[in-house]
Design a protein around this ligand. Sequence first.
Ligand SMILES: [Zn+2]
Length: 367
Amino acid sequence: MKWSHSIGRIAGIELRIHYTFYILLAFLAITFQTVGGPAAAVNAVAFILALFGCVLLHELGHALAARRYGIRTPDITLLPIGGLARLQRMPERPAAELVIAVAGPLVNVVIAGALFALPAVEWRTPEWEALGEPGTGFLTRLAWVNVILVVFNMIPAFPMDGGRVLRALLAMVMPYARASRVAAGVGQSFAVLFGLFGLLAFNPILILIAFFVYFGAQQEAQAAQIRHIGKETPVAEAMADKLDTLPEDATLEDAAEAMVRTLQHAFPVVDGDGRLLGVLTRNDMISALRSNRRGAAVSEFMQRGVPDVGLDASFADAFQKMQEAETKVVAVHESDGSFAGLITPETVGELLMLDSLRPDADRPLWR
Ligand SMILES: [Zn+2]
């Protein structure tokens, strides 16, 4: 993920911290420093770090459960809004998704249970206003925060774990794509409720969560639709194949001309044998043209190492590569290795549109 840096590895999984997380820490430190002095600031920061330690263990719960089903987790990123375990792919069977989704909150159940077993931890709900007061009820607050994590994550709304549990349960009795849409619809209904409640209670955090849930649900449903259509669609049918290519020695000037002539969004750059060397997107070209070196070779500015699939792959395979590599283009090659076509956001969008126009399309229940 962009704007994040690595802090090490656990069980072969890279741990990353998003830079905005430091903004959250700084914000809390400054706020509590002004209200209660340095001790309050240290206490508040220590509490947030302990809380995110629990969030990290939650994500590790998902990752290690996924590993049981042969799914790798390349990295876990901590953001101010929580943790994000990037699984290499979605589990195929609903039962696996159910186990992976439940494993995260289960970790917090265990942590809360262990903390409540300590004599120093009280059962009554803590006074949250005392967050900055050194020492008082640190562990009690941590125990309750884990309870909140469980309840919040198990709300049956995408993209929370509860939404995945709901989809997995629904997918046991109905097609996967429809189960996803129902779960996304429930998620968006919850988001609207959060948003309304946030507006009425003047709670900006709740409004932020509402947006996060609403768009998360939409994205999840779309990804499920792509996986669903993609399995039956050969990549050859979905790719853009009538593309103008650029030779290795083409200049930016040539590329700019080709862009105006064809309105193409991405240009494959190929060698003499027709093999792909890289891809020059419209954005690459615009930033390159700013450098004002029209005579420079496109190979200086193109993206190299574009992930690729063979012509016999399904669209779902290509889409998975796109997600794994976090790129916007995937190349398709012929059996002899020469360039055949590109999968770009435009081709993905077209495929989704064509699918929704199908007369027998499985209509969404509500939006
Ligand atoms: Zn989770």
